[in-house]
Design a protein around this ligand. Structure first.
Ligand code: PLP
Length: 404
């Protein structure tokens, strides 16, 4: 018999979203015909725009011709797309060969965890996207789980709450090698200010840490002056990796396309370049993003694509506004929803799963329990703005009727 990887035994019994789906199915079975609306999982719902679908169709038809066929491409991505990301997303502030195209931010986070290995200490915003911790558990970097505190003993949880404006006390991350930080944050919807990110970069420099900065929702930042990339901060190239994605920008959640930037200046304590190891990981366990998806990415970043993309983003932000306004009108303490497609709602004295169940059963609306994103999420719910407008409006009407 093969013995099970001990790290796998340390994971919580179920990943958050399968549990959400299980509870939804139970209600569907109990109340057949119940018209359940999901404001739960952050999955895009609106069709791809014309310009993008045309490029995908052209790329796929091309593969059926001798001239247009291509097999494996460069693992790091098409040179044209690397250059376009460097130019259009980063205004030339990063070099094309520092950009690595991938099949998505989540997959890149997993490969980063593989690269860093088990000897690094980690810190995460609390609450945050579960993959930072769970992937690190699988990689063996978190130590054992403390059931009472609902925390891994080897992880530093940087509390982000309304009380600290959703920006953590950085000195708590003192002995940390890798700091995961996302802005706008999933689930709180908080976007860090320039001053806050400056503090984060300075802290990482002093502490000799590496920041893994997740910019998957950066296109949702609409307030002027808020940074969309960590590289807008002086000195960030010495301390930060940035992962990002086409998923929430243009609806490529199913098409799969993302990227990671590793500055050539970023070094380990022995003076070796992180980018060299990342290149090794990429060429060893990844065979490149789909060539069709990459053509879609090229189209998304030209003038027409960028205009269409802004339309899609503002549609979801319109949904967020409706949810936020509705919750506030009901007297629910709510955050986010302005520079992000998520609204973070607080229910004092209640447990997240209890309020999740109550809303699911009384209003047939699926949300996501805040406790699934970290211990500081207890007592909160996340509402996702990814949905059709009419469903969002209907969900808010139903919530109003059950008096939260
Ligand atoms: N990063 C954050 C913060 C997310 O919330 C998500 C998805 O919900 C991802 C990354 C995943 O991105 P991708 O679809 O590119 O894997």
């Amino acid at each position: 018999m093969v013995s099970r990887n001990k790290c796998m035994t340390l994971l919580p019994a179920g990943y958050l979203f399968p549990e959400v789906s299980k509870r939804r199915r139970t209600v569907e079975e109990e109340y057949p015909g119940a018209d359940i609306i999901s404001l739960g999982i952050g999955n895009t719902t609106e069709p791809l725009t014309r310009h993008i679908t045309e490029s995908l169709t052209r790329a796929s038809a091309g593969l059926g011709t001798p001239a247009g066929y291509s097999g494996y491409g460069d693992e790091q991505g098409m040179s044209g797309l690397r250059a376009k990301i460097a130019d259009r997303v980063y205004n030339g502030s990063v070099a094309p060969d520092e950009v690595f195209v991938s099949d998505g931010a989540k997959c890149d986070i997993g490969r980063l965890q593989l690269m860093f290995g088990r000897s690094q200490t980690i810190a995460v915003q609390d609450p945050s996207y579960p993959v930072y911790v769970d992937g690190s558990v699988i990689a063996g970097a978190t130590g054992t789980y403390d059931i009472q505190r609902q925390q891994y003993r080897g992880v530093t949880y940087l509390r982000c709450s309304p009380e600290n404006g959703f920006f953590p006390e950085l000195k708590d991350a003192e002995k940390t090698d890798i700091i995961y930080f996302s802005s706008p944050n999933n689930p709180t919807g908080a976007a860090a200010t320039r001053q806050e990110l400056k503090g984060l970069v300075e802290y990482a420099k002093r502490n000799k840490s590496i920041i893994v900065y997740d910019a998957a929702y950066s296109e949702y930042i609409v307030e002027k002056g808020l940074p969309k990339s960590i590289y807008e901060i002086d000195g960030a190239k010495d301390v930060a990796i940035e992962v990002s994605s086409f998923s929430k920008f243009i609806g490529f959640t199913g098409v799969r396309l993302g990227w990671t930037v590793i500055p050539s200046k970023l070094k380990y304590d022995d003076g070796s370049q992180v980018i060299r190891d990342w290149n090794r990981v990429t060429t060893t366990v990844f065979n490149g993003a789909s060539n069709i998806a990459q053509q879609g990415g090229l189209a998304a970043l030209d003038d027409e694509g960028l205009t269409e993309l802004r339309g899609t983003v503002s549609y979801y932000l319109g949904n967020a506004k409706i949810i936020l306004k509705g919750l506030k009108a009901m007297g629910v303490e709510s955050y986010g929803g302005v520079n992000a497609p998520y609204i973070w709602a607080r229910f004092p004295g209640r447990r997240s799963w209890d309020i999740f169940d109550e809303i699911l059963r009384k209003a047939y609306v699926v949300t996501t329990p805040g406790s699934g994103f970290g211990p500081a999420g207890e007592g909160f719910l996340r509402f996702s703005a990814f949905g059709h407008r009419k469903d969002v409006e209907e969900a808010v009407e139903r919530l109003k009727k059950i008096k939260l």
